[in-house]
Design a protein around this ligand. Structure first.
Ligand code: TYM
Length: 333
């Protein structure tokens, strides 16, 4: 490896990605390939912390892999693989679990939210989810982790776990830094702009899926909840408009002042239509490329096989060293 910094990130295979996943994370991953060594994976191990239908999970995992490529990740330039194909993550997870406190895991807001949503299945995997996430990152000694704001707490925990390991066993893991964009790191629901946009929202109009067709996207934006004023301006108390402005800013590259000037004297109807069209148009190439890739199963398999081989090569070296550090007898094979 050269002296470029190493990026690691991952996404769960929940069918298609939301506009939140796209703007907050995946869209930024492609450009990072220019400057960094990048490793990205589809987090299927994390996905089974909530109930999944096996055939659907397999299908969704492949779709997520193809979508990452359609969003600009190049398997020749990045290491792009499926998490369960690299058993090193789980091997390291156990060491990290033994260095993670019950109290720390209990404080995770995602755990609290998900256990409330699925009270009949508060399983141990859901509880220890953040240490597996730490293992994903630390198995490569990644420097930077590009994520949306909702993953910040998990990343802070990953740093604490790494630090604890280093204190116990001697300096070994790098402390990974979150890499969070200024605008778009938390895209909100179109129906309740105080809540994060999420695929699990029961109201289909709350969430844009990146494979939605143009009409659907425009229709959902037209129905977006705003406020009773009629001024396109970014300020406190205008959660709906602020959210639409940050989405529009991310897809057009315009700053808030330019957006305010563009829509001065115009109503919310014009603004919502413009946002919907800009989002749909920016996603058009992703949809086209996805349709092409998902039909080429042999190519996808070739890519994820090579990706897993490369991921294993790096992570098995690091994980073997970590095993040695904790005092395990070196593996004879
Ligand atoms: P996941 O699959 O929930 O989300 C993938 C990425 O999308 C971001 N994101 C958002 N960003 C802005 N606005 C939103 N409304 C929004 N919703 C989601 C997330 O912050 C994330 O960056 N645990 C992770 C996957 C994971 C991971 C890792 C990430 C597994 N191992 C190691 C980083 C490093 C997750 O469930 O993301």
């Amino acid at each position: 490896m050269d002296d470029k910094k190493l990026i690691f990130s991952a996404i769960q295979p929940t069918g298609t990605f939301t506009l939140g996943n796209y703007i907050g994370a995946v869209r930024n991953w492609g450009p990072l390939q220019e400057q960094y060594n990048c490793i990205y994976c589809v987090a299927d191990l994390h996905a089974i912390t909530v109930k999944q239908e096996p055939a659907k999970l397999r299908q969704n995992t492949l779709a997520a892999y193809a979508l990452l490529m359609a969003c600009g990740l190049d398997p020749e330039r990045s290491i792009l693989f499926i998490q369960s194909h690299a058993h090193t993550h789980n091997d390291l997870n156990w060491l990290l679990c033994c260095n993670t406190q019950f109290g720390e895991l209990s404080r995770m807001t995602q755990f609290k939210d998900k256990s409330q949503k699925h009270p009949d299945d508060v399983n141990a995997g859901l509880f220890t989810y953040p240490s597996l996430m730490a293992a994903d990152i630390l198995a490569y000694n990644a420097d930077l982790v590009p994520v949306g704001v909702d993953q910040k707490q998990h990343l802070e925990l990953a740093r604490n776990i790494a630090q604890r390991f280093n204190q116990r066993y001697g300096d070994f893991f790098k402390l990974p830094e979150p890499y969070i964009t200024e605008v778009g790191a938390k895209i909100m629901s179109l129906q309740d702009p105080t809540k994060k946009m999420s695929k699990s929202d029961e109201n289909v109009n709350a969430c844009i899926l990146i494979l939605d067709d143009k009409d659907t996207i425009v229709r959902k934006f037209k129905r977006a909840v705003t406020d009773s004023e009629a001024e396109v301006a970014f300020r406190e108390g205008k959660d709906g408009i602020n959210n639409l402005m940050s989405i529009y800013s991310c897809v057009t590259g315009k700053d808030y002042a330019a957006i305010e000037a563009e829509f001065a004297g115009k109503g919310y109807g014009d603004f919502k239509l413009a946002v919907g069209e800009a989002v749909a148009d920016s996603l058009e190439p992703v949809r086209t490329e996805f349709a092409r890739l998902i039909n080429d199963k042999a190519y996808l398999k070739d890519c994820y096989t090579k990706g897993a081989e490369k991921a294993m090569k790096i992570s098995s070296r690091i994980v073997s060293k970590a095993y040695h550090k904790v005092g395990f007898v070196d593996r004879p094979f």
